[in-house]
Design a protein around this ligand. Structure first.
Ligand code: MLC
Ligand code: AMP
Length: 468
């Protein structure tokens, strides 16, 4: 971390240096460097008036509007801990997070499930009183990002200021990010891909950032051209939807098109190559931030995620050899799960993070993600744990037993399928409607398959491989 300062100081310095040049554009609303510096400094003081102090948790409904993004950056700048949440999550999901982090403030809309005495403000309601915090160190938590767990209890990954700065510095170096760059992203802001890899890094790179609140292929490609983007970050589902658009030619003007969060097929990689665009695929997870990337200068190899990023150590099999679970160590590896030492100990051993991803190296040392030891479905780039969905299904009176699996899907990568043993009065549409009240829409099974019995081994564990 030599020569680096925490993001709040770095941001402020760079925004100031950018002066009147535009640094951020959210849904068409723009701010110059000077203005972003002034506004985040002002909202920082406003947050203090709302009762937020150093190290307090602030739950942020990660809406993609300019005022909302300014509020989130201000939470980080004033030394509080930002807890980004999906504004479209269910009350039950929200409640679990609130109980875990005991926030002093929610930035978003009021909800029935919020405790009555909890302060809730919209970003526009926060007062403007200039304040600069000088106390942030690399060890201080900056973010708590919730990942769904194997059961209904989500785990909050604590990402420190040191993690953030190390990640941003590594990506600026590895992807040759410069002042001339203009990044386009339509990723949700409640995960590390959209928030840290795209938003935070672009804002410290000296370049500029264009955010769209929702992904739509036509809109994305048109914006790319209109805003003269030089880089775009996507999950494979987005790239899949863009390729069939009449505006796909816009990608040819990009300097860099990055894919991550889920496996990119070799076929899709080849279709972009035909357009003269060599997608750069990279790999990471919330608990480590990005750790592997294909090279910017050398060959970008389809079906691989390339090599370790600067500062990342990894325990790897021999090139051309067998498979092993990937373990990583480095300045981006998180500080553990919030108030959950058991869950932390389950994945961290002597500073090494067990990723749950099974990997091998090709003969030239490119990393291939060949499988997962964790029971995880990745649908449209969103992670869903089967156990969490099964728990909700089993609470349905008309469902006697359930097993959830991911099935290969052209658009989403995997789609969620529920195998269920049901009673006579089971009505699929009714169950589906009820599930939507219980969990975010992307977790709700797309298909239900009725069977007589869920296959289990002698330990009672579901034999998912017999179902997919
Ligand atoms: C989509 N859905 C959501 C949602 N986005 N539900 C709640 N919250 C959200 N943010 C719902 C849709 O409404 C729909 O429900 C259902 O999910 C399936 O969506 P779809 O219609 O098939 O797709 P669409 O809504 O167009 O979304 C596709 C997508 C989206 C690609 C834009 O999946 C997406 O934004 N993916 C990015 C995920 C991501 O950022 N992952 C990074 C994790 S970090 P209904 O009711 O309409 O059927 C990480 C580390 C790393 O993994 O390495 O990066
Ligand atoms: P999350 O828990 O949301 O941070 O998601 C992390 C997981 O996404 C990793 O453990 C991988 O399983 C998966 N992932 C991220 N990038 C890739 C990629 N390029 N290829 C395959 N899987 C990926």
């Amino acid at each position: 971390m030599e020569g680096l300062v925490p993001l709040p100081n770095d941001w402020s310095e760079r925004w100031h240096a950018l002066g009147d040049a535009e640094v951020i554009c959210v849904e068409g609303e723009r701010l110059s460097g000077i203005e972003l510096d002034r506004q985040t400094e002002g909202v920082s003081g406003g947050l203090r008036v709302e009762g937020v102090g150093f190290g307090d948790r602030v739950v942020w409904e990660a809406r993609c509007t300019l005022a909302s993004v300014v509020a989130a950056l201000s939470v980080i700048r004033m030394g509080a801990i930002l807890v980004p949440v999906n504004e479209r999550q269910s009350d039950a999901e929200r409640e679990a997070i609130m109980t875990a982090v005991t926030p002093v403030l929610v930035i978003g809309e009021p909800r029935a499930s919020h405790p009555v005495d909890l302060a809730v403000v919209t970003p526009e309601e926060i007062a403007f009183i200039p304040y600069t915090c000088d106390a942030v160190t690399f060890r201080d938590p900056a973010l708590i990002i919730f990942t769904s767990g194997t059961t209904g209890n989500p785990k909050g990954a604590v990402v420190t200021h040191g993690n953030l700065q190390a990640q941003c510095a590594a990506l600026v170096e590895a992807w040759h990010w410069t002042r001339e760059d203009r990044l386009l992203s339509a990723l949700p802001l409640f995960h590390v891909h959209g928030l840290v890899v795209a938003c935070f890094t672009a804002l410290v790179s000296g370049g500029s950032l264009v955010l769209r609140s929702q992904f739509d292929a036509e809109d994305f490609l048109t914006t790319m051209g209109e805003e003269s983007a030089t880089m775009a970050f996507c999950v494979p589902t987005m790239l899949q939807r863009c390729i069939t658009s009449p505006h796909i030619e816009a990608v040819a003007a990009l300097r860099l098109l990055v894919s991550g969060s889920a496996p990119l097929s070799k076929e899709l990689f080849a279709r972009y190559e035909d357009l003269g665009v060599t997608i750069l695929e990279r790999y990471g997870m919330t608990e480590s931030l990005l750790t592997f990337s294909n090279p910017i200068d050398g060959e970008r190899r389809p079906g691989t995620v390339g090599f370790a990023l600067p500062g990342v150590d990894a325990i790897l099999p021999e090139p051309g050899g067998g498979e092993a679970e990937l373990r990583v160590k480095g300045p981006g590896v998180f500080a553990g799960y919030w108030n959950n030492p058991e869950a932390t100990e389950a994945v961290m051993k002597n500073g090494w993070l067990a990723t749950g991803d099974i990997v091998r190296l090709d003969h030239d040392g490119y990393l291939i993600i060949s499988g997962r030891s964790k029971e995880l479905i990745i649908t449209g780039g969103f992670n869903v744990y089967p156990g969490e969905v099964e728990e909700v299904l089993l609470a349905e009176p008309t469902i006697r037993d359930a097993a959830v699996v991911g099935r290969a899907h052209d658009d989403l990568g995997e789609e969620i399928v529920a195998y269920v043993v049901v009673g006579h009065d089971f009505a699929e549409e009714k169950v589906r409607t009820h599930l939507r009240g219980q969990m975010s829409a992307y977790k709700v099974p797309r298909r239900f398959v009725m069977i007589d019995e869920i296959p289990r081994n002698h330990m009672g564990k579901i034999q998912r491989h017999l179902l997919s």
